[in-house]
Design a protein around this ligand. Structure first.
Ligand code: TXA
Ligand code: MG
Length: 352
């Protein structure tokens, strides 16, 4: 497996040209985006796309996101690029390049494995300079799910990718760690409004503000880990029904007033003295517990969104058996965090 180290601020054109060539020729190449690392394949090459599912152990009915470098790239991936809803175009104008995936009518040129059994495709235009350069070098749209083993927390460094997928890859473009740390918002938009299939850092509130239309979060009606969002026409985002984002350690989440959460955590720690426990919270924890809290002056919710997957993986590496997490309100980026925590905790979410 090749590893190309690429500085996002001074991109080595030779490395990107090589990685792009491998992608176009059918290789599996992991690469950084501003959200998480992606596991990329040529979205026009059905055999290459099917390799993604094998490498990840991904259920075959879970569609992939296709990455393009700019709006001009839409022509190759969507049907009727000239007649997309004006509101969808407005969302692109406001949030692309960036962590927003739009569900659009799929072009017949796309590999069938990208969107199994669906006539739509998720399209994203990432704003990470390495991802941008790689898509342009490949000269084809790139299908890429998060580059983790299915069910594991998404990877935010090249090391995370290697841990999960090294033997299956043709190469990794190592561009350092991902700044956002949570996957993109997945949304379907028409001229009456939007439906969020997966909340992310482009928030429901920000979409409503820009579009001037109602945007509903379909995942809020489906918070138990087995349910996938529905919009009246059945399950809309197959990926959301699977166990997800889970470290090896057991995750426990408490939501509510921070002081009540702290009391609940202390009780749990007292009752499980033999366990190897780690804590993620807005308040300091003393004693022999490994804990993480934001830097002074940082907002807990924002800092948690950037660090959650990194912490879940770090605590796994340290052999932690239980991770106790202070939850957040399901507003703004908090909706995205709680969506991931609901699944990582497999139901162990308690309001205090
Ligand atoms: O930030 C991200 O979106 C990352 C980076 C690599 O771009 N990618 C990512 O891909 O998170 P993945 O495959 O891990 O998650 C894609 C989600 C899944 O929940 C999938 O079910 C949903 O998007 N999805 C993809 N295509 C869809 C479609 N046509 N209709 C409904 N949901 C779709
Ligand atoms: Mg994923």
């Amino acid at each position: 497996m090749r590893v190309w180290e690429v500085d996002p601020l001074a991109i080595n054109p030779q490395a990107i040209a090589e990685a792009g060539e491998r992608l176009r020729a059918g290789g599996l190449i992991a690469f950084p985006t501003e959200t998480v690392y992606g596991l990329g394949a040529n979205a026009l090459d059905d055999a290459a796309v099917r390799e993604i599912f094998t490498a990840k152990g991904r259920p075959a009915d879970n569609p992939l996101i296709v990455h393009i470098a700019d709006e001009a790239g839409l022509a190759a991936v969507v049907a009727n690029a000239d007649s997309l809803p004006a509101a969808a175009r407005a969302a692109m104008a406001a949030f692309w390049p960036g962590p927003l995936t739009l569900i659009l009518p799929a072009s017949s040129q796309l590999a069938a494995a990208v969107h199994p059994g669906m006539d739509t495709v998720g399209v994203r235009c990432p704003n990470h300079p390495v991802a941008q350069a790689l898509i342009r070098a490949a000269g084809v749209p790139i299908a890429a799910p998060s580059a983790n083993q299915s069910g594991r927390p998404s990877p935010t460094t090249a090391q995370d990718v290697q841990e999960d997928l090294a033997s299956a890859l043709d190469g990794i473009v190592d561009g350092g760690s991902c700044s956002e740390g949570l996957e993109s918002t997945v949304v379907r938009i028409d001229d009456t409004g939007g439906t969020i299939y997966r909340p992310g850092s482009v928030t429901r509130e920000a979409l409503e503000r820009v579009l001037g239309l109602p945007v509903v979060d379909a995942t809020l009606a489906a918070t138990d880990a087995s349910a996938a969002p529905e919009d009246g026409r059945g399950t809309v985002s197959p990926g959301m029904k699977y166990r997800h984002y889970a470290p090896n350690a057991r995750v426990h989440v408490w939501t509510g007033d921070a002081s009540h959460v702290q009391v609940a955590m202390m009780q749990f720690i007292g009752q499980n003295e033999a366990a190897h426990i780690a804590v993620i919270s807005s308040r300091p924890f003393s004693g022999r517990i490994s804990s993480w809290m934001p830097e002074p002056g940082q907002d807990y919710c924002t800092a948690l969104s950037h660090n959650l997957y990194r912490l879940l993986r770090a605590f796994d590496r340290a052999g932690v058996s239980h991770i106790l997490i202070e939850g957040v309100n399901r507003v703004g980026i908090g909706a995205a965090i709680m969506n991931r925590l609901d699944r990582a905790a497999e139901g162990r979410v308690v309001s205090v």
